[in-house]
Write a protein that binds this ligand. Structure first.
Ligand code: UGA
Length: 433
């Protein structure tokens, strides 16, 4: 099939590249000329494992194209995926201006039946808004479908190619049939396609992300309580997770959730609820608890070191999670800000996300070129991101280079006994000291 993808951000680029890999001919449209030129030259503008290989394979195979011109793409394809940003406005609601702007252009440019597929995370009722807008511009038949994405950063290609489910919300048989064709090779390989109306589909996305954010936050509260009563959250997690109704994924406590999705979607669902007179009390608490959890280790460092003025603090990990360069809503930024306000000196290390942090923090902190340079002369080490390279450090190097043998681990990476053998002060989340 010939498919157009509008928006080559994270979702658009991964979806476009993967759809091309399923054998479709895909035209990716973006208004950013610089980015389009870059991609035409075979460069991937974001960091995402496996993406480059699939991207280059499909450019070479003549199935993946880039342009700034929507009309050019629409001349060869009548299925248009929208993968546009829906950033949170000041009040937390999703800003639909990009989606509606492009929908209006599609309405003006359409010359034959067109299927508009919305992949962006949009509030319930957006498909209807897009439909009404296009309807006001054209007599030509079209359908609008909701097809939310469930890609995790760092695993996006894998998630696209092996989905647990493909959600399709539509109200015409023709639209469902086209969606069947688009995803045929995935459903043939066993992926489940769940069909529903547009509003239920739009809400499935918000409900899924908000539920996962709640699951993590619940575990963070259990972890905090474990510390008060001397229980071990790792054991509790294993015990709980063995119940299939609970499941063992997304039960890892830590320094709160971040990223471009959970915080934004939880806020947007709260806001959409308010608009129809419904208060999501659980989600309001989730937000509040998560905010507190992000900096929960700072008072612990203070308890150990006393006044933090001029204390040298090492930070391992800046990205909001491993395998990404994304620092949006990352706990690292809040921890660093709090430490700087207390007069601490900071040296941070992250092999991938450092360039993004430099853009925000500039020379307010030092940046190490590797994890061991980072801890030289440190009074304490705080681990914020669970990058693989932090999982098995040479503790003898840490012992030699650090000023104090103190680790504050926001990701519970180490075995308590091992740290005890090395004589570290080791504070993790929800486990014994
Ligand atoms: C999330 C969802 O997992 C995807 O299904 C969804 O498509 C995506 O949002 C989106 O809406 O686009 P992502 O934000 O990439 O994906 O990251 P996750 O792996 O879900 O992690 C989110 C946050 O939760 C991270 O800060 C992570 O460290 C934290 N987390 C995750 C925990 O603290 N504990 C856990 O057990 C799991």
């Amino acid at each position: 099939m010939n498919i157009t993808i509008v928006g080559t951000g994270y979702v658009g680029l991964v979806s476009g590249t993967c759809l091309a890999d399923l054998g479709h001919s895909v035209h990716c449209v973006d208004i950013n000329e610089e980015k389009v030129t870059l991609m035409k030259n075979g460069q991937v503008p974001i960091y995402e494992p496996q993406l480059e290989e699939v991207f280059l394979r499909n450019i070479k195979g003549g199935r993946l194209f880039f342009t700034t011109d929507l009309s050019e793409a629409m001349r060869v394809s009548n299925v248009i995926f929208l993968a546009l940003p829906t950033p949170p406005g000041e009040d937390g609601s999703a800003d639909l201006s990009y989606v509606l702007e492009v929908a209006g252009q599609i309405g003006d440019l359409m010359t034959e039946y067109t299927l508009i597929v919305n992949k962006s995370t949009v509030p319930v009722g957006t498909s209807e808004k897009v439909y009404n807008l296009i309807k006001s511009k054209t007599q030509i038949p079209f359908d609008v479908v909701s097809n939310p994405e469930f890609l995790r950063e760092g695993y996006a290609v894998e998630d696209f190619m092996n989905p647990e489910r493909v959600i399709v919300g539509a109200s015409s048989q023709k639209a469902f049939e086209i969606m069947d064709k688009i995803y045929l090779s995935l459903t043939n390989a066993g992926a489940k396609m769940i069909k529903m109306d547009e509003k239920s589909s739009e809400l499935t996305k918000y409900a899924s992300n908000s539920f996962l954010a709640t699951k993590i936050t619940f575990m963070n509260e259990i972890a905090n309580y474990c510390e008060k009563v001397g229980a071990d959250v790792d054991k509790v997690r294993l015990g709980m997770g063995s119940d299939q109704r609970i499941g063992n994924r997304f039960l890892f406590p830590g320094v709160g959730y971040g990223g471009s999705c959970f915080p934004k979607d939880v806020k947007a669902l709260i806001k959409s609820g308010k608009e129809v007179g419904y208060t999501f009390e659980i989600l309001e608490s989730v937000e509040e608890v998560n905010q507190r959890q992000k900096t929960i280790l700072v008072p612990e460092v203070e308890k150990y070191l006393g006044n933090l003025k001029n204390k040298q603090i090492a930070i391992w990990g800046l990205a909001f999670k491993e395998n990404t360069d994304d620092i949006r809503e990352a706990s690292s930024l809040e921890i660093i800000e709090m430490l700087l306000n207390k007069g601490a000196k900071i040296r941070a290390y992250d092999s991938i996300a450092v360039k993004n942090v430099k853009k925000i923090l500039g020379n307010k902190i030092e940046y190490a070129i590797n994890m061991y340079e980072c801890i030289e002369g440190a009074d304490a080490l705080i681990i914020v991101t669970e990058w693989g390279e932090f999982r098995n450090p040479h503790f003898d190097i840490l012992e030699k280079k650090m000023n104090n043998k103190a680790i504050f681990d926001g990701r519970n990476l180490y075995n308590l006994d091992e740290l005890q053998i090395h004589g570290f002060y080791y504070k993790s989340i929800g486990r014994k000291l």
